[in-house]
Design a protein around this ligand. Structure first.
Ligand SMILES: Nc1nc2c(ncn2[C@@H]2O[C@H](COP(=O)(O)OP(=O)(O)O)[C@@H](O)[C@H]2O)c(=O)[nH]1
Ligand SMILES: [Mg+2]
Length: 220
């Protein structure tokens, strides 16, 4: 078995693909890449046309959920925090019970069109179980250098959408965006990649459009 397959192998059955079930999207990637900034942007741009709920994951705190509530991106009762107390990837890939409980409670209460699950910040090996989400977005930033996409790992190669964020910082850290784009295309074999600055594009337009297309395909 290929190493990537080993890393993404898990015991959970994939989610049912029934058209009526709300679309669940996982948002993963290393600490600081912009996952919470992306969740906030998506809530602001989508909340008027879709019913949305959010689950956040932090190891020891409820920092990200508090950030989202403080900024009023959704009503408080549409945001739930999971304290993983362990490696963040365990709670989204291996023992997904706490996240499933949070997602199911929000779905029962709000009948959303879209559920966003933000992982705790993790490394390039972290991916979501397809027993928890239908699709996953992996967020990197340019500050780690333009080598990161070609280093691969299942988040970079297999995610349904790769977001390379903070392109406004590229000149400051000497990152070549064209190298990042070409390397990502090479390892992703046709899967989508977008380069953005959530600072300069706070509506997250390219990601919002990608998600809207997924929701429409599910609930036309
Ligand atoms: N310069 C710049 N900073 C950003 C951008 N997106 C997010 N940030 C900042 O990066 C930091 C980490 O973002 P956050 O969303 O908390 O990352 P997370 O750990 O992946 O959830 C915060 O201070 C954000 O304001 C961007 O496009 N450009
Ligand atoms: Mg976060």
């Amino acid at each position: 078995m290929h190493r990537d397959d080993l890393l993404t192998a898990h015991a959970h059955a994939p989610l049912a693909a029934g058209p009526a079930a709300p679309l669940r999207i996982g948002i993963g990637g290393p600490v600081g890449g912009g996952k919470t900034a992306l969740v906030a942007a998506l809530c602001r741009t989508l909340r008027d046309e879709l019913s949305l709920v959010v689950v956040t994951n932090d190891i020891y705190t409820e920092e990200d959920a508090e950030f989202l509530r403080r900024h009023g991106v959704l009503p408080d009762d549409r945001i739930r925090a999971v304290r993983t107390g362990c490696c963040p990837h365990t709670a989204i890939r291996d023992d997904i019970t706490a996240n499933l409980d949070a997602v199911e409670a929000l779905e029962a209460r709000h009948d959303p069109d879209l559920v966003l699950v933000e992982s705790g910040g993790d490394n390039l090996t972290a991916t979501f179980s397809y027993g928890l989400v239908h699709a996953q977005i992996f967020v990197l930033d340019v500050a780690g250098g333009d080598k990161v996409p070609r280093k691969g790992g299942p988040g970079v190669t297999r995610s349904d959408l790769l977001v390379i964020n903070k392109i406004d910082l590229a000149p400051l850290v000497g990152a070549d965006l064209e190298v990042m784009r070409v390397d990502a295309e090479k390892v992703r074999e046709g899967r989508s990649t977008v380069l953005v600055s959530l600072r300069e594009q706070p509506d997250a337009a390219p990601i919002m459009e990608w998600i809207t297309a997924q929701v429409r395909a599910r609930r036309p």
